[in-house]
Design a protein around this ligand. Structure first.
Ligand SMILES: Cc1ncc(COP(=O)(O)O)c(C=O)c1O
Length: 427
């Protein structure tokens, strides 16, 4: 599709460019200092979880289902936390482990474990000549970093509105047994905000793959709805169990964006065999996780219903911010042919695409104008967005007022870069 600038006559384009450059000079003179890069809740939003901190004191009963949370023991997590973890991940409590504050940390531990020792009955991945990993893109840069750090070759697979391009995934995985895994953020994906369709979930669980192929099912945004109609995600374990592939699924989640980012509790869920094996490995280096934090969390959020009630409060903060993104982008760019963007019903991000070859330039121009964006390319493995189109918009942290100002700058930058690209094409 052509941009409006490509459709202009030479004179029209020259006039448009002059006008946009004037606007850029004006914005520059304002000396803005705005940040739209951080995928984290605003301080006021984090504040809604503060009452949790009052739930434990020196007088509190520190037991949970007969477990003394003030001492070593109960490695897999306290009963109430494992029950909650099971509800989050779609497995029975016995098929969960509740650990420290970070799900990313669990993902790393498990991948490094298979790297060093291999999936039971299979060659350790580090001994293989080549290990590859599928990375639905645009995706989450920290996922890509986990495998890149080990020297695993990350292979991008395009994201669609229903999840990763499954024809491509099935074709690659069936043909190449050195593909050992794949990252998935199945609900309100980072950054597109899409939720995998039932068909995508079923195909992932049942497709032909190497016996030690693993899917990191990172359900980081499992309950993070802010739209009127929450997306529904099928339970991948139901499909996987039926196909005899339950070992394939390594599910994780955390309360990072429910209570306190970096100070929540994190969940792992998988087949009974995987849970036992992963627990045995992790036990080598951990006597028990912080059970007092687990207790505080489950006293605050004892059931999934309580979690949902709490998430409705988060939604009050997020809804106006996402509405602001939609409004500003529509107002500034709808019908220009210069951009497309996603319209999520939950999660933390909007994925924005400009014309080919625009994203890095837009990022640099925004920076010059005082607006920090997630670095262009970050949503692709190795920072290499092949078309250089994608920008991740993270609207949760700034105030609505600052966000509106930052989006005006983004719109202006996209227009100027699009006009410049149109002119360069003619030169
Ligand atoms: C998809 C995804 N997974 C994991 C994380 C990090 O989770 P944690 O704080 O539990 O390590 C994030 C944070 O932005 C995320 O977007």
């Amino acid at each position: 599709m052509q941009t409006m600038y490509q459709q202009m006559s030479d004179t029209e384009l020259a006039n448009a460019l002059a006008d946009l450059k004037d606007q850029v000079a004006e914005v520059k003179a304002r000396g803005l200092k705005l940040d739209m890069a951080r995928g984290k809740p605003s301080p006021e939003q984090v504040g809604i979880s503060r009452p949790m901190l009052d739930l434990l004191s020196s007088d509190s009963d520190l037991t949970d289902g007969g477990v003394d949370c003030s001492n070593y023991g109960c490695f897999e997590g306290i009963p109430s936390a494992r029950k909650l973890a099971g509800e989050f991940l779609g497995v029975p409590p016995e098929q969960t482990i509740v650990l420290g504050s970070s799900s990313l940390n669990i993902m790393q531990d498990v991948i490094v474990h298979y790297w060093e020792k291999g999936v039971p009955g299979n060659t350790p991945w580090h001994k293989l000549e080549s290990v590859k990993w599928l990375c639905p893109s645009p995706g989450y840069d920290r996922h890509f970093g986990l495998t890149q750090d080990l020297g695993i070759e990350n292979i991008p697979v395009c994201m669609t509105e229903t999840g990763p391009d499954m024809d491509e995934v099935e074709r690659l995985v069936a043909a190449d047994p050195s593909i050992k895994g794949m990252f998935c953020v199945p609900k309100y994906s980072n950054p597109t905000g899409c939720t995998y369709s039932d068909d995508t979930v079923r195909r992932l669980a049942t497709m032909e793959a190497a016996p030690d192929f693993r899917i990191v099912w990172d359900n980081a945004y499992a309950v993070h709805d802010f739209g009127d109609e929450p997306d529904k995600l099928a339970n991948i374990f139901d499909y996987a169990r039926e196909a005899g592939n339950e070992d394939r699924i390594l599910a994780v989640a955390s309360t990072s964006k429910i209570t306190f980012p970096g100070a929540g509790i994190a969940f792992f869920g998988s087949s009974p065999a995987n849970v036992a094996e992963v627990a045995n490995t992790l036990k080598v280096g951990l006597i028990s996780a912080n059970k007092l934090n687990q207790l505080m969390h489950t006293r605050f959020l004892p059931t999934l219903d309580a979690v949902r009630e709490h998430m409705a409060k988060h939604a009050e903060f997020l809804r106006p911010r996402f509405a602001c993104v939609e409004e500003k982008l529509t107002e500034g760019l709808a019908g220009t042919g210069c951009a497309t963007w996603t319209h999520p019903h939950g999660g933390y991000f909007v994925s924005f695409d400009g014309p080919a070859g625009s994203a890095k330039r837009v990022g640099a121009l925004c920076k010059e104008l005082g607006v920090v964006l997630t670095p262009a390319g970050a949503t692709w493995p190795g920072g290499n967005d092949p078309q250089d189109t994608n920008i991740r918009i993270a609207p949760s942290y700034p105030s609505v007022e600052d966000l509106a100002a930052a989006l005006d700058v983004l719109v202006l930058a996209v227009k100027l870069v699009s006009a410049e690209l149109a002119q360069e094409e003619r030169a």
